[in-house]
Write a protein that binds this ligand. Structure first.
Ligand SMILES: [Zn+2]
Length: 350
């Protein structure tokens, strides 16, 4: 029998003006001394919203303190220098969330994330993307105790983050296929509850009727999906339910063209390529990425086709211990062929 302790968020709010309820929620969950960290510029952008939290008389709030340090060698001493708090609350983009999450992990205290954009599922997962000896590495840190997704904040984020979030949502389709694919070939095993969570996280979004996509509440579905995806990784004890060959292509792009494109933009294109290659739910992926305007948006980046060719070839070596579809040479060739043969890929790559 396998038994494991799974940390899942205890406080999840995803709605318009969710931040207004945070002081009450902190008190209800027994937190008093709060370290409140933010990303650069967040305080100016959301002055009024933040004041709900910082002016709460029954809480002892330190902050907002700007914390966006990703270099572990600099972050660790900073973390130990902070006095003892009951909880760390971090608001901002990926850097603010990851540095706050890792600080809470080092201090052994709960962490609450308030994402200001939804470019990937990092705000609701235990992983943190940090710099170790000058290289970007995924480090396992701490599952957030709470996620406060304030839709009135997230809806003001630049559109590139929104499209990136969509790409990370749809990737669970090819990721779950790869996870089962390798388990069927004797590499690792599938955790069925994690697989179910991952599949449901994406299905609730991609099956929405087209008119819904234009409505504000679609954003909530995307946020909830990314939260579910973060939880699926926690249940599995690995990133496998949320990250397959499509993520390997994206990681390879990070190496070949560092910092050039957002994570979810890369992942979204790679998901479409891999759904064709796996011959798995192609219509669903294609319809979703077309209807949401993802493909049209990606086109504006003028991503070179050759970068994708190189990334697909490099992808399997990124995680040599896995056995996704791309770990078989015939599928590498098949994936590359689609770059020329598929009408949509021909039109969005340059
Ligand atoms: Zn991702």
């Amino acid at each position: 029998m396998i038994s494991q302790a799974i940390a899942i968020p205890r406080l999840i709010e995803s709605k318009y003006h969710a931040l207004n309820d945070l002081p009450g929620a902190l008190k209800a969950h027994g937190f008093k001394r709060v370290l409140f960290t933010v990303g650069n510029g967040i305080e100016d952008l959301f002055k009024e919203k933040i004041s709900h939290l910082t002016s709460e008389p029954e809480l002892i709030i330190t902050g907002p303190v700007i914390l966006e340090e990703l270099d572990v060698e600099k972050l660790a001493p900073m973390a130990y220098d902070f006095p003892n708090y009951d909880v760390i609350v971090s608001m901002g983009g990926g850097k603010a969330i990851d540095s706050g999450k890792y600080t809470a992990f080092l201090k052994g205290i709960p962490f609450i994330s308030i994402p200001t954009s939804i470019s990937n599922d990092g705000f609701a997962s235990s992983g943190a993307s940090l710099m170790i000896e000058g290289k970007r590495k995924s480090v396992s840190a701490k599952m957030p105790y709470g996620v406060i997704a304030d839709l009135s904040i997230l809806s003001t984020a630049p559109e590139r983050f929104y499209y990136s979030g969509l790409g990370d949502v749809v990737s669970k389709i090819t990721a779950s296929y790869d996870w089962q694919y390798e388990a069927n070939r004797g590499v690792g095993s599938v955790d069925h509850f994690a697989l179910l969570t991952s599949k449901k996280s994406v299905n609730s979004v991609v099956r929405l009727p087209r008119p819904y996509i234009e409505e504000g509440l679609f954003l909530k579905e995307v946020v909830d999906s990314l939260i579910m995806s973060g939880i699926s990784m926690e249940v599995a004890g690995s990133s496998a339910p949320a990250s397959g060959s499509e993520h390997l292509i994206s990681h390879a792009m990070d190496r070949l063209a560092p910092g050039e494109y957002l994570h979810g933009i890369q992942v979204g294109i790679a998901t479409y390529i891999m759904s064709l290659t796996q011959d798995y739910r192609v219509n669903r992926v294609r319809t979703f990425l077309s209807d949401t305007g993802f493909f049209d948006y990606v086109k504006t980046f003028e991503i070179p086709k050759q970068l994708l060719v190189d990334a697909i070839r490099l992808a399997p070596s990124i995680k040599p211990n896995r056995h996704t579809t791309l770990h078989e040479q015939k599928y590498v060739e098949k994936a590359i062929k689609y770059l020329d043969e598929d009408r949509i890929l021909r039109s969005i790559l340059f």
